[in-house]
Design a protein around this ligand. Sequence first.
Ligand SMILES: *Cc1c(COP(=O)(O)O)cnc(C)c1O
Length: 434
Amino acid sequence: MKLYSTLNKDIKANFTEAVINGIPPGGGLYMPAALPKLRGDFYKSHRNSSLPEIALEISTILIGDEIPEAQLKSIIFDNITFDAPLKELEKNKFVLELFHGPTLAFKDFGAKFMAGVLSYFTRNSNRETIVLVATSGDTGSAVANGFLGKEGIKVVLLYPSGKVSKIQEQQLTTIGGNVTALEIDGTFDDCQRLVKEAFADSQLNSTLSLSSANSINIARLIPQSFYYHYAYSKLEDKGLPVVFSVPSGNLGNITAGLFAKEMGLPARKFIAAVNANNIVPEYLRTSVFTSKPSVATLSNAMDVGNPSNFQRIFELFKNDYPAIKSLIYSKSYSDSETLNGIKEVLDLYDYTIDPHGAVGYLAMKDFLNEQHESLVSVILETAHPAKFYDTVISATGKDFDIPGSLTNSLNKKKHSIKMAADFNHLRDFLKKFE
Ligand SMILES: *Cc1c(COP(=O)(O)O)cnc(C)c1O
């Protein structure tokens, strides 16, 4: 796979370099130069295939030139060990459950795959690799679990103090092993900025092997495209256009869907469902991308005021605003609408949805109300409702089961290092790994 920097097309890399560097020298994001088309009978032939089987064919096409087939196969079958089942709410309306991984959120797909790929690429290195991750809640625990115990790798998580849920914080700070949690006195955007500053610091990078496992790392995006193809392979025989609603923050998940479409996924529309952080709907309305400070909401993993992956979307569409507007629909929902959405999904479908999925549901509902043709709709349910237990209960008034893996981490003691949102402190901390 050939990639280039969104800031400078002359800066090129193969997949191996892009995964290890995380971000191109000088900043920007790595962008695939081309996404090859799938064979015409791909979805028909995979009607009965499992997620890893589909993942293997797609990753062979994309990165088979850099990872031998046998190794790629074990990276996938050892790491994509959980399913992404479709649940039918009513005829032609589905939820794609992406929360069956170890930390009960969709980021497990990207994190596990990336951990497998990065361990393979660094297997002969004599320097330790430091994986630096800014997290608004779910990324951190997913990445840390992906890399937990992987030889030659240390994980440093940065999370905004007081801005993640109790459960998320327990998941972030109780992992131990090769994982350290930094509790930053600031917002998620501050955490992201600190990570970007670390990668831009040439002196630090001359002595340390820093890597990013954020959704900005290309190895996080690629596996997130697998489940779009997988879902479509199970829906193709309905003979109707398919629409995906993606609860969105930093836009990694929806970008992976757009990559899937570029490879041949015949999706009619992608819905960027957002909370009060309404950067995408404002862009679609005005044609101008304007970042804003992030606002705290109940769907906190989507509290992003400057979504990095917008740059990849611009590249993919060659900055063609009308083309972006015709493929992407976006709408923003308040916290009170989100709570009503959770209750409505339970009342109408007897399905317990989390606050992120509820935003996806509301946007899908509004989109379908504006349509006049028959469609198959798929809402990506990005987290298990138990991760947002209090919010869900306050919306529905009804109790539901918490998975055992979650109750375990709630009983462990929190370990974090508090830090001001100041790069000098992060630099001093990282220097200890030299
Ligand atoms: C990260 C996250 C999102 C947002 O995904 P992006 O790829 O950042 O757009 C949505 N829901 C949950 C539960 C998440 O953890």
